[in-house]
Each structure stands twice: as C-alpha cells, then as structure tokens.
Design a protein around this ligand. Sequence first.
Ligand code: UD1
Length: 421
Amino acid sequence: MSCYEIEGGRPLTGRLTVQGAKNSALPILAACLLAPEPCEICNCPRLSDVSATLKILSQLGCRVKREGDRVTVDPTNLSSCRIPEQLMGEMRSSVIFMGALLARLGRAELSFPGGCELGPRPIDLHLRGLRAMGAEILEEGGSLRCRWADQREGRELYLTIPSVGATENLMLAACGVPGETTILGAAREPEIVDLQNFLLTLGAEVTGAGTDRITVRGGTGKMHGCTYTVMGDRIAAATYLCAAGAAGGEVELTGVEPEHLAAVLGCLEEAGCRIRTGRGLISLKSGGELQGIGLVRTAPYPGFPTDAQAILMAALAGGRGTTLFEENMFSSRFRHVDELRRMGAQIETAGRAALVMGTGGLHGAAVTSTDLRGGAALVVAGLAAQGTTQVRNLRHIRRGYEKFEETLTALGGKIREVSEP
Ligand code: UD1
C-alpha cells in the first residue's frame, strides 16, 4: 500500500489546466448508451471512478476504447441490461445506469449502489420518479429489477429535494419516454447543464438544465453518435485554489468556469486571497495567512458546494480567526475533522456544525483519508503545514483527482507517493 508523503510549507506557484469534471464524465458516459452509434468523449479524466464506469459499459456489451483523454464508447452491440453487484458497489453514481438502460433497452437489472462514506445515501427519489414515469421496479434483497410497464408517457415529475443524481437519472430515462416529461424541483448544478449539452449533441430534445424545471421530449428516435468535450472540474479547481490559498503562492487555472465556483471564490477572497477571473480562467494570489470568514453553509448550487467543505476547512484550519461550517447536504461529512486535529487543528463539531478556530499553522502528522474530498482536504492541510505529513488510503483520492501529485509538484509542492511505512 502506498501513501503520500508531503513536506509542507512551500508556496504553490504556476499555471495548470484543470482536469475534466468527474461528476460530468460519469453521467455522460452512462448516457452514451442512448446512442445507436459510437460516441467520442474528450477531456475524460483518468480516474478510478471513470474506469469503473467503463467496466460497466464493457460488461453491458459496449466497445470501449481510451486514447489519452479521449474515450470512445460504441453501444451498437449493447447486449445486456444487467450490472453485476460488485461493479455497482464500486461507486454511488452507478445508479445513473438505471435511467440510461431503461431508456435504451426498456429494462435494467442492478443492485443498490455503493458509496456510503458520507452517511446514508438513499435512492428513493430516483425510484419514485422512475415509477411515476411508468417503470415497474421490483426491490428484492438488495437487487433492483426495472422495466417499463405497458403504459408510459411523459408527465410532470416533482423532486422534493434537488438531488443531482435523481435529476440526471430522470433526464436519461425521459429520453426513452414518448411525449414531454418535465422535472420540477430539478437540481441546477453545472454538471446537469453539461449532461443536457451532451444529450443535445446526441440529438435529444432537452431544455431547462441550470434551472429547477427541465423538460425532455422523449422517444423521438433521432439519436445519433457524437463527439463531446466534458467541462472542467470545479471541485478539483477549488482544491488547487484552496491549496495555494493555504500554502501561499500564486496560481492560474484554465479550463474552468469562474461562475461555477462563485461561492468558493467569495470565501477565498473574504479569507484574504486576491482573485482574478476571465473566461475559462481563475487566478489566485495569496494575501498571507488566511483569515476566518464567519459562516460557510453548504447548499445546492449555486450555494457553497458540499464537495468543497472539507477542502476549505483544511485551508482555514491553519489560518487565523474562526469560521463556522454548516453541512446541510450530507449527515456524516466531518470525518476529516479527527484527522485534521492530528495535525494540530482546533475544530469543534456538533451535529451539522463545525467551528474552526484558526491556529496560525498546522504541523505534519500521519493521517488517513476517509473519503474522496476528505482525503483531498488532508493533502491541502499537508501542503500548508510545517513538517512532514503522510496521507494514507489513497484509493479515495484516486476516485477524483487526475495526476494529483504531478500537478502539485509542478506548482512547487513537495509531495510524492511512497510505500506505506
Ligand atoms: C452528487 C455528486 C456529489 C455531491 C452531491 C451534492 C456525483 C457523481 N456526485 O451526488 O459529489 O456531493 O451531488 O452536490 O455527481 N437524497 C435523498 N434521496 C435520493 C437522492 C438524494 O434523500 O433519492 C438526498 C441525499 O441523501 C443528500 C441530498 O439528497 O442529502 C443531495 O444528494 P444528491 O444531490 O442526490 O447527491 P448525489 O447525486 O448522490
């Protein structure tokens, strides 16, 4: 087993192009099933979650080929509607195949998805929405058998929580339902806009992504193959910005839309960083020690993203002043706090709240990543801390960061992968 060894306290300076967005690439790859011809997906990051998605596509009978950042998915010979339990368990977003398989084959056999690291993650909204569209779903001992009932037609669907995954699943399923399906209370995340843009390139009729009302006109039979470029990853971008804010230095990121990160940029500016933005470009110059910023509340987009909560917390823990974090999206998303405490962080938690009291500097320690963004947060803390930090359990980080240590090294960070002592 390997771990990261980080010598902290070095400023990060330089330019980087942000990787393609994990949370766009996964639903887009699943949506390739809707095409009767090959689709070429560019800017597709090399991540373990992407590999798991490609394995599922191969298992279903698609031909999958990767050349550099370009992945070709050929679903012409799609032969199976069944995803084995072991592949479903590799990541939560595998649930998105339910909508895609229903739309393309009218059937799907899978199990409840894995990925419970943030607390219970139900899929009731996905199932309720699909049933309302006319799917019959049999739940039996952890497995799900879905097929369209004889009658299915477009109608209005209501989401009680703006769930990203449920919105995407229903968009894909609706492509196979004749007539107009409208999703009310839809999530507004940029990744949903990216999925809509992909579906449009594929020949689907979808409007409204980015608002809470999305309309899909399905069953048109107009789908075809296409080439599509995945948008930049706003959470990976937030990670590099927080790292430079905490460790000091000046970074320029390209390939990411500043608008997608408005809430994070606002926090970093308030903490003392100088931010400059342009089209597809964000630069950050450290203004010295980060300052406490009062209150950070995670919320659905365009609010502060839950995926950046641990990362910003890690950056502020070594700064000055206090910040109260309120985690409103997931019930168990403070597992990084105990690890940050090993590095000298002063953080008190109670329920949904975590009060961070800046210590003026963290110190290196051996820590273990507990989930994807929590792991990235420990790397951010390690880069800013004095001394050596070892971050163990890299499998979580590999789910979401492409060439993480190479990128940070190119910026001047001292991080390398070593065998676990
Ligand atoms: C997606 C992102 C994840 C991000 C999250 C919130 C992907 C692959 N993952 O996850 O990185 O942290 O959005 O921005 O895109 N809920 C229910 N019932 C459901 C579905 C969700 O109660 O059927 C709840 C969840 O428990 C959670 C909230 O809704 O409290 C939001 O979850 P959701 O938006 O669905 O997150 P994911 O799509 O799983």
